[in-house]
Unconditional design. Structure first.
Length: 206
């Protein structure tokens, strides 16, 4: 994707990197919120859940309005391809399936500043902790939908929901870790339970 070897290497990331990096950050934020800034347990849980919900909304909005934006200029098309187009062209490329740290770390810093401005210094670490946990779940679920056999009613439904976005109609199903905002904003594609995506039909044939 990049002519520069360093940039090319930075565009690849092992999925295990996400929990390995961000779970310790979440623990540190929890300590900052409760151990340093004195939040009680109930307040922490409420703010944490708020952060998770904010992640699901951010996931939906970014996927729909940023990753699926269709730029007109040459540089815009190239940037769009690097951000998300490569994933739709090569959806099973395992090392380009989760967000590289070169993007996620600056974004986390920006969101921390935003939450700090909105919720204040005492409450923002708890909100960001929930936000990051939501992000971890998103990246792990996203990886699983493409590379793992997801069993059970919830896992199988999430897998089918996302694969329909890839292989049937990418104007629906922008939520990956949750269909909540697809329902709210009317982008939930209703399908019969027997309808299979092209990739599922291929798997069944084999």
């Amino acid at each position: 994707m990049f002519e520069n070897d360093f940039l090319e290497a930075c565009s690849h990331i092992h999925p295990a990197t996400i929990p390995a990096v961000w779970i310790p950050v979440t623990i540190a934020l929890g300590y900052l919120a409760m151990g340093v800034r004195g939040l009680d347990g109930y307040s922490f849980v409420g703010l944490f859940v708020t952060g998770v919900l904010l992640w699901t909304l951010s996931e939906y909005l970014l996927h729909r309005w940023v990753f699926h934006y269709e730029p007109k200029s040459g540089w815009g098309k190239k940037l769009h391809f690097m951000l998300h187009g490569v994933h739709h062209d090569y959806p099973n490329d395992a090392t380009r399936l989760v967000m590289p740290l070169g993007i996620s770390v600056p974004l986390a810093a920006i969101f921390y500043l935003v939450f700090n401005a909105i919720f204040g210094a005492q409450f923002s670490p708890a909100v960001l902790a929930g936000f990051i946990v939501g992000y971890i779940c998103y990246d792990m679920i996203h990886y699983a939908t493409h590379h793992l056999s997801m069993r059970g009613p919830v896992g199988a439904w999430l897998k089918k929901h996302h694969l329909r976005h890839h292989y049937m109609d990418d104007t629906y199903g922008y939520g990956v870790s949750s269909p909540l905002w697809d329902v709210v904003f009317g982008t939930m594609r209703v399908q019969s339970e027997r309808e299979a995506t092209p990739i599922e039909e291929t798997a069944e044939a084999n």
